[in-house]
Design a protein around this ligand. Sequence first.
Ligand SMILES: N[C@@H](CCC(=O)N[C@@H](CS)C(=O)NCC(=O)O)C(=O)O
Ligand code: FES
Length: 134
Amino acid sequence: MRPAPFLSSFQSRLLSDNTKQAIEKAVGSAPVVLFMKGTPETPQCGFSRASIQILGLQGVDPNKFAAFNVLEDDELRSGIKEFSDWPTIPQLYLDKEFVGGCDILVSMHQDGSLAKMLEEKGVLAPMEGSDAGN
Ligand SMILES: N[C@@H](CCC(=O)N[C@@H](CS)C(=O)NCC(=O)O)C(=O)O
Ligand code: FES
């Protein structure tokens, strides 16, 4: 039999290797990743809706964006909270780094720091009429 302390520490590790790997894959699946309730087209919660609206207003390039619906996956819903050490959904990642939830996005949207960060990361859609890249 294994000594009890080992067993209890093993059991207390809630995030399984499989879940952790799946979350790491999701976090790295695009430069901008939002874990949300519902889909970008049909958000199922006002906080997720507001976060999607902010990313849209900021002009995030859809090609550089991925969203994951935690309502479709209970393990993701609880796992992402432990992974990010953040208790709620939505959660935004930028270049695999946790940025924050809805309140943080709203305040960064208002103080200009989100625009700056997205610009620096090169994740904004090219401006209409711009000849950049031609
Ligand atoms: N103040 C939060 C608002 C988000 C929030 O409170 N989310 C809740 C309700 S949608 C949540 O995720 N609860 C845990 C859960 O539903 O799994 C933020 O800044 O993101
Ligand atoms: S689902 Fe009720 S507050 Fe988000």
